[in-house]
Write a protein that binds this ligand. Structure first.
Ligand SMILES: [Fe+2]
Length: 324
């Protein structure tokens, strides 16, 4: 998420009793094989750690380390981690020194604390300098924009696909420049062409999971309506502005089962047109200031099965706020 609402306001909303629900345990609509069928087999377990927002303040590196240790010490640990984006607190509005500081923290915690393979997604806050006024950048700096992000995350491309556990996974780049908001949630025409081709080339009997930083579909965006009254353009940054194109494309591919995202720091699940859309809370919760509405600091644990079903649960890792 961008800072279009203040973190203080959200903490206030939580304190004012607007807490809704509890952490969710979600499962796929087609969860179990019918009696007499062969039981489904789990082929992959993934931890989806999104919106870590590492920074020197509030002991965030220790929080990130604690989340990684929690994941890897589970009695039944995952085989892989997906970093859902917003690895650092912010790159859009900062100069080189502050950017370096945040990426250094990210790299050192990951190196020290993570022995699992990681698939990375680009988040809006991972991009450098697009708010030129606040960042004081000119765009001529080496690595300005997404190049530094790709370098830090060790990525050759902004978007890609890979296979794991008998599933096909597509990783999207949702972040594009916008004059008013610094960024807008959509994908570019080059990516549309690639996505259509990648989906078409995927065998119909292989289930597909789509991963993006910003949600393709979202109901939780209703929480942000008061902020849209003052700045209607903020809508463009909260969930995909091109969602109708996704819905139309996805209708042609019955093997797409799950769309996984972060960005909102909220936990939601939508089942629409045969696809489940899940937004997975945040490792940083309310940007290291506590829980956000109904969501504690946590990560998603997703089990993928050979029959195209999955199970998702949100796992708080027990972080306590450090004000320093
Ligand atoms: Fe975020």
């Amino acid at each position: 998420m961008n800072d279009f609402y203040t973190r203080r306001q959200f903490a206030g909303a939580a304190a004012a009793g607007l807490l809704v629900g509890t952490r969710a345990l979600t499962s796929s609509p087609r969860a179990h094989a019918a009696d007499g069928d062969a039981p489904r087999r789990r082929t992959l377990r993934v931890a989806h750690l999104t919106d870590v927002h590492v920074q020197p303040e509030r002991d965030a590196p220790a929080g990130f380390a604690k989340a990684l240790r929690h994941v890897q010490s589970l009695a039944d640990p995952p085989e892989m981690i997906i970093n859902g984006g917003d690895a650092i607190m912010d790159g859009l509005e900062v100069g080189a020194a502050r950017l370096d500081e945040q990426w250094k923290l990210w790299q050192s915690v990951l190196k020290e604390e993570c022995s699992l393979p990681v698939q990375h997604v680009i988040g809006n806050h991972d991009v450098w300098g697009w708010n030129k006024k606040r960042s004081g950048t000119t765009s001529d700096e080496p690595g300005w924009g997404k190049q530094r992000t790709l370098d830090e995350l060790g990525l050759d491309a902004r978007y890609r696909s890979f296979d794991a556990g008998g599933w096909h996974f597509v990783v999207l780049d949702s972040i594009f420049p916008d004059d008013e908001n610094a960024y807008i949630a959509r994908i570019d025409e080059q990516q549309w062409d690639w996505l259509a081709g990648d989906l078409k080339a995927s065998p119909a009997d292989v289930p597909i999971g789509i991963v993006s930083h910003i949600p393709i579909l979202s109901v939780a965006t209703v929480e942000f309506e008061p902020y849209f009254v003052e700045k209607p353009g903020l809508r463009r940054s909260i969930s995909h502005t091109d969602q109708w194109r996704f819905v139309e494309l996805f209708r042609r591919h019955a093997n797409i089962k799950l769309c996984l995202s972060g960005h909102l720091h909220l936990l939601e699940r939508i089942d629409y047109a045969g696809i489940t859309y899940i937004c997975t809370g945040a490792v940083s919760g309310n940007w290291w200031k506590g829980n956000l509405l109904h969501v504690d600091e946590g990560y998603g644990l997703v089990d993928f099965y050979d029959d195209g079903s999955f199970e998702h649960q949100y796992v708080p890792y027990g972080w306590e706020v450090n004000e320093s």
